[in-house]
Design a binder for this molecule. Structure first.
Ligand code: ATP
Ligand code: MG
Length: 177
């Protein structure tokens, strides 16, 4: 391990829910870093169509999956949104362990961290047409095969909390007529 935080990094997403595309990045980042912080963005939201799961549920999905994968050099930090982008990076910094490198493909996230002087690494998107939170939620709503898009531990947490029932009721599809 280096004697400073130069190989400490951050990856940030909403993880609604954690899917195999996220895991492709997380696995690579954890390997390339001494320590990886996984920031759970929009942490204050739950029970909405775009953000069905609470920060705690998302935390558990990530923790159980990384346990199965044998990844140990990480922290998970829920980060609430700030509707003031000019100070969002300092807000993230104030909540997280030290980091120097940010892994992101999101243009807005990249811009904000670049302006603040962080090194950005973009990792290629892994089969993005199916591995996206939006696609996982769409399949949950329509009784499609969402399980093949997420790690087994995520499917298990979603089953325990009746996540599919929640997503369906939020979408209004099971509303009583
Ligand atoms: P949603 O559709 O709900 O917005 P998402 O799949 O875009 O979900 P987010 O939780 O918004 O995922 O997290 C975005 C971060 O995850 C970005 O940095 C993005 O680069 C990374 N990411 C998302 N999907 C993939 C993928 N298929 N391969 C690699 N990285 C991904
Ligand atoms: Mg997204």
């Amino acid at each position: 391990m280096a004697d400073d935080f130069s190989r400490y990094s951050l990856v940030i997403g909403r993880f609604q829910p954690l899917h195999l595309g996220h895991m492709d990045v997380i696995r690579k980042c954890a390997e390339e870093s001494d320590h990886l912080t996984i920031g759970i963005g929009s942490a204050q939201y739950s029970h909405t169509v775009e953000n069905p799961f609470t920060a705690g549920e998302r935390y558990l999905m990530i923790e159980e999956t990384l346990k199965d994968e044998g990844i140990k050099n990480y922290s998970i930090v829920p980060v609430e949104d700030l509707n003031r982008y000019s100070v969002w990076v300092s807000h993230v910094v104030s909540m997280c362990p030290p980091f120097n490198t940010v892994y992101s493909n999101n243009p807005f996230t990249k811009r904000l961290f670049t302006e603040a002087g962080f090194e950005i690494k973009a990792s290629p998107l892994y089969n993005r047409s199916v591995y996206s939170g939006t696609e996982v939620r769409r399949r949950m709503e329509s009784d499609g095969d969402w399980r093949s898009l997420v790690p087994p531990a995520v499917a298990e947490v979603i089953e325990k909390i009746d996540g599919v029932g929640r997503v369906k009721s939020l979408s209004g599809k099971d509303a009583e007529l």
